[in-house]
Design a binder for this molecule. Sequence first.
Ligand code: PGA
Length: 252
Amino acid sequence: MRKKIVAGNWKMNLNLQEGLALANELKAALAADKPNCDVVICTPFIHLAKVADVVAGTVIGLGAENCADKEKGAFTGEVSAAQVKSTGAQYVILGHSERRAYYGETAEILKEKVNLALANGLKVIFCIGEVLEEREAGKQNEVVGSQLADSLFDLTEEQLANIILAYEPVWAIGTGKTATAEQAEDMHAFIRGVIAGRFGEAAAESISILYGGSCKPSNAKEIFSKPDVDGGLIGGAALKCADFKGIIDAWK
Ligand code: PGA
């Protein structure tokens, strides 16, 4: 059985005190009412070590939002996968559309990052998704298929077991426009087929594929009810405990 997961992506929001307050609030909420899925919060680098102390021994997993494409050394301002791991984090988001679009992260760079993250014992939440023009041109499958092939097809089946996919149509991120549950299911089924083609049916059946893009408590249940949707990667709605908890509760 593949894992059901709700992961939050805080992006560049919340100072350290605000982040710790949110982590503590979520910890209390989930201690009082156990989730029916895995829960992960992905925070800015500066929050990781302190949030790790808050969530230690709870059901809440912790991840970074990025890591460097180099192992170590003179790369001022970068944070390596080993450094992320040393905070107590277990996950890292890679390939988010904001990293691809604003920081020029190519498929080649992402391949390096994925390899380093896995080599350092992190699980990778790997994001894929088309922009609006690509969807309007009917090219979404082609685009997503290439994103998978270009960064992940050199992995072994063993390595793939530590990858979680997140389908995030770029036109739905932070826009309030959610993909319909049918659009999400169509793409998730396509993605599972691509994984089956390269890694085999068993790998495809066991990989979790999350949906991301304006997911909120009011639409999560319908989206998560689709057979190939295994949870969500949540941006804006992860910044308020009640909203994030509302999405987690969609699995109940
Ligand atoms: P959103 O962001 O939920 O604010 O649309 C999702 C994401 O970018 O991971």
